[in-house]
Design a protein around this ligand. Sequence first.
Ligand code: AMP
Ligand code: MG
Length: 347
Amino acid sequence: MILALESSCDETAVAIFNPAVGMVGEWIHSQIALHEKHGGVVPDLATREHLRKFPVLLAQARDEFGFAGITRVAVTQGPGLAACLAIGVASAKALATALKVPVVGINHLRAHAFSPFISLHAESPEDFDAALEKLLPHLALIVSGGNTLLIEIDRNRRIRVISTTRDDAAGEALDKGAKLLGLGYPGGPFVERLARTGNAEAYDFPRGMGRRDNLDFSFSGLKTSLRYQLEKMSEAEVAAKLPDLCASYQQAVIDALMRKLKFAAEQQDYASMGLSGGVANNGLLRTSITRLANQQRIPVLLAAPRHTGDNAGMIAFAAWIDRTGVDVTSGMGLEINPDATPGNGTD
Ligand code: AMP
Ligand code: MG
């Protein structure tokens, strides 16, 4: 069984994964309430909160399941906030020493990439390897507050980055847009809720980077365009048009994502498609990617809601996926890698 720790940003999380049955337990403390009043994650506050919460979550995990069956400790090594990662890595090393088991460092984005497969494993653990083989090569969209990536997982479970964002991440675009609209933090869920009753064609926001030969994303123009639009409106007008503004803005983000995903899907024969990261919670995005996969006649795997945002379950799962040694850094010399790329040097 694998005991995993995650602390790359603003979630402190612990999970225990048993390959024979699935996720045994997951414990998570979200720091949203702590950072809300600052309108974004404050690294120093996040670090202190990780230091405070890991002992609490680990004690819960130990009391509920015990650590007797743990054969490996896995921890997020990067990318993420350096001081936050350091708390996780130091805690993992201490645990591994106490439990006399190896410790492995896991790439956070690689874990996101494999997170849609956790549910597949849970359905039938003993058939997982055969099922995975049929779904590779896999085309995936990873969308979170800090990252927007199109990646491919090849038949050897290696990751190739197809494209990234040139400026803001998709979640960041939603969060910044929500801030301009005076909504709560993080903005994505607020935008989605208001958008439900709005008209997505009310405002024509730019889709950015429309070319087919370049699969990179760009969201900074969209945010600027919203700002210009709001400058033309009175406060009362903005309040009255909030649902339309949210629906149009959300549609622009999703259209930009879907267009590049479609171009990528048409370039090569993929066996499946996947969606992960915090923005993967978005209902319209989930429907849109499902429709595209249906058009391409390939299965789609959507990360389960509890595995979309930062979580330790996906770290444990990636550690198991990598049991053959792919992309895993191990041992007491384990260091943080705040600027890690998804392939951990193999992409
Ligand atoms: P993460 O970076 O993985 O922790 O995910 C946080 C990001 O996901 C933030 O940018 C949120 O605004 C975004 N997010 C969470 N839920 C939703 C949703 N339902 N729709 C759109 N974005 C969302
Ligand atoms: Mg987070």
